[in-house]
Design a protein around this ligand. Structure first.
Ligand SMILES: [Zn+2]
Ligand SMILES: [Zn+2]
Length: 352
């Protein structure tokens, strides 16, 4: 399977400075580690996709035409808009119907909670802590399962999400950041999602995972798992299953995820004097299974654990510890003593 490259592809070679920075954000020591980081013995690996050629990483990204790896929806932006707002309007209708109408059944509510938390785990443990930051290791099957769960959350594909997130850390609250509140709360919350600058998958930021054909496939067909989930909810519990198991759950999931980009850079406490505006917020941490300890995370992003104190509840980390105990994941990275005590020089020392 060949990988269509962003056009025009850079012919002048690798921007090693930029890629080294990306590698740090991704918690790998250098560029060669990126290609050797897989835990799967080479002999067992199926053929990889064509290597991804790097582009220069610039702060002011020009509008870039989507490629096949972005999937068909990237070229028909109005379809994404319509789907996005239809799901949210349907969710609002279902909630109003439940509050002012005949209510909502226990099955629909249980389905909503199950699809919310399962997919939140796909985002926090999968898209964020694994694909964007490589804070632990796992095998290729579970890697695919994490990507599938994340994709079902209807936040586009794993390469797009994790690549842009690496960009967020690279340029936090500076020109070139994907969703800084300095561009306004609405933009940081959800306006950036439809900014054409971020439409294409930044393959140059995620070469370590772009080489897996199955991840390219999920990235290209990112709308298939959500459709399958919606159909499954409908098959299980009819219209209320579709509305609560998919529409309400997905809307809550979107806004819970967005609060990490918007509110967690505006509201909360700052334990560490990071160069960005990240904050720690218990409420957001509870809502997002641990992602609210965002100032900790910006200070030391290479850690699988984001709650640095025992009372900083981090459900994603607890679940990862459980998975590590049965051997599904391993090598969970912990914050070093210097990070816990705030003795790192700056976020730059933590790989920014
Ligand atoms: Zn992050
Ligand atoms: Zn952030």
């Amino acid at each position: 399977m060949s990988l269509p490259l962003p056009q025009p592809a850079i012919e002048t070679g690798l921007d090693t400075t930029s890629v080294a920075s990306v590698a740090n954000v991704a918690n790998v020591a250098n560029v060669s580690d990126v290609s050797n980081a897989s835990e799967i013995p080479a002999a067992l690996e199926p053929p990889m996709a064509e290597p991804v050629r790097a582009r220069k990483l610039s702060r002011e990204t020009e509008d870039r035409a989507p490629t096949d790896v972005d999937g068909a929806l990237a070229r028909t932006d109005h379809v994404s808009h319509v789907v996005y707002w239809t799901i949210q309007i349907a969710a609002l209708g279902a909630i109003l119907w439940a509050v002012f109408g005949p209510g909502v059944g226990a099955t629909a509510l249980a389905l909503c909670a199950a699809t919310f938390f399962a997919r939140m785990f796909g985002i926090t443990a999968g898209y964020h802590r694994y694909f964007a930051h490589r804070t632990y290791k796992t095998g290729r099957s579970f890697q695919f399962l994490l990507a599938l769960l994340g994709t079902a959350s209807t936040q586009k594909g794993p390469l797009w999400w994790a690549g842009l997130h690496r960009r967020h850390h690279r340029y936090s609250d500076e020109p070139g950041d994907v969703h800084s509140p300095k561009q306004g709360f609405y933009y940081a919350h959800q306006g950036w999602v439809f900014d054409p600058r971020w439409n294409a998958t930044p393959l140059e930021l995620i070469p370590d995972f772009a080489r897996y054909p199955e991840l390219q496939w999920l990235n290209r067909w990112h709308f298939v798992p959500p459709i399958a989930l919606a159909a499954g909810c409908f098959a299980l519990a009819g219209w209320s299953g579709l509305l609560w198991g998919y529409c309400v759950s997905t809307t809550l999931l979107w806004h819970a995820t967005y609060t990490v980009n918007s509110l967690a850079h505006l509201w909360g406490t700052r334990r560490y004097d990071t160069p960005d505006t990240s904050r720690n917020n218990l409420l957001i941490a509870l809502l997002t299974m641990g992602e609210g300890w965002h100032n900790n995370h910006h200070y030391y992003m290479a850690s699988a654990r984001q709650g640095f104190r025992w009372w900083e509840i981090d459900v994603t980390y607890y679940l990862l510890r459980g998975l590590a105990a049965i051997g599904v994941v391993w090598d969970l990275r912990e914050p070093p003593a210097a990070a816990l005590e705030g003795r790192l020089r700056s976020a730059a020392a933590a790989g920014r």
